[in-house]
Design a protein around this ligand. Structure first.
Ligand code: SF4
Length: 289
């Protein structure tokens, strides 16, 4: 099987079979995201994908499959059902299929359609919220408001599919405090199974890079971004699940079982923020996207 372009997947799918069901991202407008810039969105030819499923299924006993690229959930329902059926028919012992889905892709599907996908093996949707602050969502061209993000996240939960949400530290620039409070509130309203905080890394050839070069946006310092993390966590109420900052881009890795370990994690973060001890942070050269 050959992959086209850069193929990304969530850290938790590191041991999964990664199948490229689409190329690129149908939105492709987020100002910070370098992944698919300059690429046209396309859904992979079905027969080619089925041939790849059959070929890779024979390699080893896969338990999990991740359907890439950027928002493969945008694949029309009937076609996505056929893909899930083929996966279950070809891969014995398949336990879970995961997929990236943005709010637009989720809202194109009804709760019943999402349940249909769940019943055919779709177990988890990875959803990029980035911020719960409407001004920040507009600034980064996310294409949805916080109310629409909440509606989409709740729809996934109502369908009984696990939901993993990413949020971005630093993306709001000087609006960091507002971004952090609003993001915690949106996460609370959705009550996802997993939250993953990532720290912005400004990459050339993105609109965000150009804004920074022109002096129209600046990245907060490391401790201000850790303060955002603390405020987001403090304002996030989850009934269960994990709140994590263990992505390679972060300065301090956290893995917080919610709600029980929240206060201890906050105390640890506040100690680092108050001390401004750079020795407690991951060194720059170890950070990565
Ligand atoms: S929706 Fe995701 S993949 Fe698409 S441009 Fe935005 S961040 Fe990148």
């Amino acid at each position: 099987m050959e992959y086209e372009g850069i193929v990304i997947r969530p850290p938790s799918e590191a041991r999964s079979l990664i199948l490229q069901a689409t190329f690129g991202c149908s939105h492709n407008r987020c100002t910070f995201c370098p992944t698919y810039k300059g690429r046209r969105f396309q859904i992979k030819d079905e027969e080619q994908l089925f041939a790849e499923i059959d070929e890779t299924a024979a390699l080893r006993p896969w338990r999990r499959v991740f359907l890439a690229d950027g928002d493969a959930l945008i694949i029309p329902q009937a076609r996505l059902l056929r893909i899930l059926d083929r996966l279950r028919a070809s891969i014995r012992g398949l336990e879970r299929v995961g997929i990236y889905g943005n709010a637009k892709a989720v809202m194109k599907k009804s709760v019943d359609e999402l349940r249909e996908l769940r019943d055919r093996g779709l177990g988890i949707i990875y959803f990029g919220l980035e911020s719960g602050d409407d001004a920040t969502l507009e600034f980064i061209c996310k294409g949805k408001t916080s109310a629409e993000m909440i509606a989409a996240g709740r729809r996934v939960k109502e369908a009984g599919i696990e939901l993993s949400i990413t949020v971005l530290l630093g993306i709001a620039g000087e609006r960091g405090p507002e971004h952090a409070i609003a993001t915690g509130r949106v996460l609370t309203a959705i009550d996802p199974d997993y939250v993953g905080a990532l720290t912005v890394m400004v990459v050339p050839n993105t609109p965000l890079w150009d804004l920074r070069e022109k002096g129209d946006w600046s990245l907060p310092d490391e401790f201000a971004m850790l303060a955002e993390l603390a405020v987001i966590l403090a304002h996030t109420e989850m009934s269960r699940g994990l709140f994590m900052s263990n992505h390679a881009s972060n300065y301090v890795p956290l893995r917080v079982e919610m709600p029980g370990q929240k206060e201890a994690a906050l105390a640890r973060l506040r100690k680092i923020i108050d001390s401004r001890d750079r020795g407690a942070l991951k060194p720059e050269w170890l950070r990565a996207l």
